[in-house]
Design a protein around this ligand. Structure first.
Ligand SMILES: *Cc1c(COP(=O)(O)O)cnc(C)c1O
Length: 395
């Protein structure tokens, strides 16, 4: 059995998304900037895709900029808000300690350029509150950027309420909604956001394509100079096959959101309940304000990387926030942000489900994961110390 439970890492493209791509490679392959018929067919398709995405997000088509993905959208949103702030002498930005690196590393660069960055603490349950944002806003704050759904622990932030605080205070608000769009209802107007990032491959569209919603009136800074594509804000011939495919995937995800959520959430809750039976473990992130497919646990006395390798050998594709992905020995910054100590944070496991997963797969994981955890604990010197009382259990 091969189980793919890493859908927060990336997804398998849906049939609909693949099919939506092909005509724009074979038949309508034109460059939308060309004046001839073949080019204009592509331009029309692009306009339609933009209109469809805008309708889904609740904005105007001209408020959508297609990008190469979530990372580019995050970079462009943050650098743009910083440039706008700098002109007014406002160089303070508020974010959180558990953002994606596309946000955190962009903020690091701005810090080197003289910006003052406040990273809000995240509560133990993986949530930040509108009150924290209100308390952190200063006269010189030019941007608040807070992710919609955390990619590791799946917690859903009170974006609408945070957005309302930012509106009241007249501060730009950006949200990295890469894990939210296509999974939970998102509407840029209702959510009071000024800028929003999304990415195709997190909702069964292709990799290397995404979008940035920018409320009209906000002037973007270009990351790429060149032609006049994307209203002059993102040069380069548009990736029409990927854009058509991403919008088809988004439409499909939104059309089936209710049934998918119901199905996936039931699988998630069964998996959470079953894994919680393992001694000395803890669920990371709030149980209710949670992405429908996200399961994330810490198991005391083991290393997440060893767990992943053994699970892979059993056909289970999972993820851990720690070392192996980053090539460093640091545990996940997300788990540290919610207050997990280093030792415990190292023993983490993320299983992220979607509508392709089945109950039989959940049953198989519930059979195999406890065995693998026990096996690793029996080999672990740390575990020996814990059960001999030489070390205190934390979980
Ligand atoms: C995946 C992800 C990104 C990066 O998106 P790419 O399209 O891979 O660049 C950014 N933020 C979050 C929360 C993500 O999960």
């Amino acid at each position: 059995m091969q189980i793919y439970a890493d859908n927060a890492g990336t997804t398998k493209m849906s049939r609909t998304a693949i099919d939506a791509m092909l005509p724009y490679m074979e038949t309508y392959y034109g460059n939308p900037s060309s004046l001839h018929t073949v080019g204009q067919e592509a331009a029309e398709a692009l306009a339609q895709a933009r209109a469809e995405m805008a309708a889904i997000l609740g904005c105007e088509p001209r408020e959508i900029i297609f990008t190469s993905g979530g990372s580019e959208a995050d970079n462009q949103a943050i650098f743009s808000a910083a440039a706008i702030g700098e002109k007014k002498g406002k160089k303070h930005i508020i974010s959180t300690a558990f953002e994606h690196h596309a946000v955190l590393h962009t903020l690091k660069r701005l810090e080197k350029q003289g910006f003052d960055i406040t990273l809000l603490d995240v509560h133990e349950n993986g949530l930040v509150t509108p009150e924290q944002v209100r308390d952190a806003i200063r006269e010189d704050t030019c941007l608040v950027t807070i992710m919609y759904v955390n990619n590791e622990i799946g917690t859903i932030q009170p974006i609408r309420e945070i957005g309302a605080v930012c509106r009241e205070k007249g501060v730009l608000f950006h949200t990295d909604a890469v894990q939210a769009v296509g999974h939970i209802p998102v509407n840029v107007k209702d959510d009071n956001v000024d800028m929003l990032s999304l990415s195709g491959h997190k909702f069964r569209g292709p990799k290397g394509i995404g979008a940035l919603y920018v409320r009209k009136g906000i002037i973007l800074t270009n990351l790429i100079e060149g032609g006049a594509q994307e209203r002059g804000k993102r040069a380069g011939t548009e990736n029409i096959p990927a854009i058509m495919s991403m919008v088809a995937a988004l439409k499909e995800a939104v059309d089936h959101m209710d049934e998918n959520t119901k199905k996936v959430q039931a699988l998630r809750d069964k998996l959470i309940a079953g894994l919680a039976e393992i001694p000395h473990c803890a669920l990371n992130g709030d149980a209710t304000h949670r992405h429908p497919g996200n399961v994330n646990f810490c198991f005391e006395g083991i290393e997440g990387e060893s767990l992943l390798l053994l699970l892979d050998a059993k056909g289970i594709c999972a993820s851990s926030g720690s070392a192996c992905t980053s090539g460093s020995l640091d545990p996940s910054h997300v788990l540290l942000a919610i207050g997990r100590v280093h030792d415990v944070a190292h023993g983490s496991l993320r299983l992220s489900l979607n509508e392709e997963n089945t109950e039989a797969e959940v049953d198989y994981m519930l059979e195999e994961i406890p065995k693998v955890v026990e096996y690793l604990r029996n080999m672990s010197p740390v575990w020996k110390d814990l059960i001999n009382g030489k070390r205190q259990f934390i979980l």
